[in-house]
Design a protein. Sequence first.
Length: 354
Amino acid sequence: MVDTLTFPVQQTAQSRLSEVDFANLGFGKYYSDHMFVVQYADKQWQNPRIVPYGDLSLSPATSALHYGQALFEGLKAYKNEAGEVLVFRPEANARRLNASAERLAMPALPEEMFMAGLQQLLALDKDWIPAAPGHSLYIRPFMFATDAYTGVRPSETYLFIIFTCPVGVYYNKPVRVKVETHFTRAPKGGMGYSKAAGNYASALYPTALAQKDGYDQLLWTDGVSHEYFEESGTMNVMFVINGKLVTPATSDSILKGVTRDSVLKLAQQMGIAVEERPVSVREVIEAAKNGTLTEAFGVGTAATIAPIAVIGHEGVDYTLPPMETRTVAPRIHQALDDIKTGKAADSFGWVVKM
């Protein structure tokens, strides 16, 4: 179906590729030459095209700026040894984008348009994909309301864009996290399961407070009792307790992460016991005290797997076992990387060759 759609292309007059320091990419520092753009108006998606990456012109009354109808996705592209472009689970991101759109009263984007636009964009900017281990081309699809109207209602017009950027490693060391028991990332019945922009805005202030105390991120707890873990920073969270991989079950307040799903499926294939269930703060802290908590880590597109070194709770820091003793997260991380880059067989059908 992807091959049946093609869109007009306006190529940039001057590539910026030569300006990129591929040895020091960071994350979100450089942006590729082109972007895929499509507009929604008159109850249909129209005028899909690829244009040079550049600024947008918006009315001060643009409704997304006032009422938060904005969402995004995140996925990555790699190159295999033959130089072919591989994208990890793009169909899953297209489906989740539309699940988020439904929650925010936004129109669904046809999945074939998402995939075809992505394919053309990557074909045009494939030279932006880094080759170094641990590096990739980050892909950012997003949608927002564009009505120049300040009345409170769903917008009647929207803009969907995909842009890309070459990125390096997100975290360069294991992270220190603090258990958050006051602020709430997302309540039950809210938008926590979606990739709504507002979910991330609400996390910025409490995260900044934790960083002032010497932590990198937060371990979010539920919004009712603050007794159960939900996520870690902008990622899903997992623990290895008594040899079992334990993670909070998804709900309407927890993102259904693509990386989360991939990690769990790989773990099960490897014969690692997996439990998706409520995970209490008390259980994890007790396991940290008695030594049965051997690993904890966040999982998400940006970092893939981010090992947790320290968990801070009620003024006490619990240091987890050193990285060289850990076996679950490093093994899964390596397996995921090998699948994404074509070095290992993809028995799940996750990788799409563009």
